[in-house]
Design a protein around this ligand. Structure first.
Ligand SMILES: [Mg+2]
Length: 225
């Protein structure tokens, strides 16, 4: 039985891909409505192309998308800002934890020490936790801004262990990414539980050897027992 459980955030506790898809849809619709000369489907694809190229946390996505159309500078700015607003409005509607995450965490919190180790920027991680109502569930949140490195580097895992004051074998790590989360945790000597429900189609299990796999978040308590 572990003494502490560490969680990845995106696609483990919150349905991050649904949020990115829904907000991209809303932004594409609004850009088209404000006069970007292309189809909604093409604009949507261009948004995800920018995410693929610059990273899903990239902060200038809509600027990149609009720029390609060589519009007059004021018109380009208008469309870009309209896209940002449509994105944010939709974000507040769709950013949710997976089903049963909140009640399960409340129960787990009584039995285990809980923390987060995420690759999201510190401000975005906390924003998502506040928005989903999960911000008071954890003792700490380790981000690359805190540890200086992203998973699967040992630095963020080590920082979490220092905060807990525990040995790796006393800790279970739960995450959706076989490479960053599972291999990273195993290399540290922690237990590892793969959140299969959050795994993107493109992730292959590869060399990761998780100790447990869960199909839904609600199964985590069974696995621990
Ligand atoms: Mg994740």
């Amino acid at each position: 039985m572990p003494k502490a459980i560490l969680f990845d955030l995106d696609n483990t506790l919150i349905d991050f891909m649904r949020f990115k898809k829904e907000t991209a849809k809303a932004a594409a619709r609004e850009m088209k409505r404000k006069g970007l000369p292309d189809t909604e489907a093409n604009i949507y694809r261009a948004i995800f192309k920018a995410y693929d190229r610059y990273g899903i946390e990239y902060q200038k996505t809509f600027y990149r998308v609009v720029k390609k159309y060589r519009l007059e500078v004021g018109q380009a700015e208008r469309i870009q800002q309209a896209a940002i607003i449509a994105y944010l409005k939709r974000k507040f509607e769709v950013l949710r934890p997976y089903p049963s995450v909140k009640p399960a965490l409340k129960r787990l919190k009584k039995r285990f020490r809980l923390g987060i180790v995420t690759d999201a920027p510190r401000n975005k991680a906390w924003q998502r936790l506040v928005l989903t109502g999960l911000d008071d569930m954890f003792e700490f949140v380790v981000t690359p801004d805190d540890a200086g490195k992203k998973k699967p580097h040992k630095a963020p895992f080590r920082m979490a262990l220092e905060k807990l004051g525990l040995e790796p074998k006393e800790v279970l790590f739960v995450g959706d990414n076989p490479g960053r989360d599972m291999e990273g945790a195993k290399r540290m000597g922690m237990g590892a539980c793969l959140a299969e429900y959050g795994m993107g189609k493109r992730w292959k299990i590869g060399k990761a050897r998780p100790d447990y796999r869960i199909r839904k978040f609600g199964d985590l308590e069974k696995v621990i027992a």
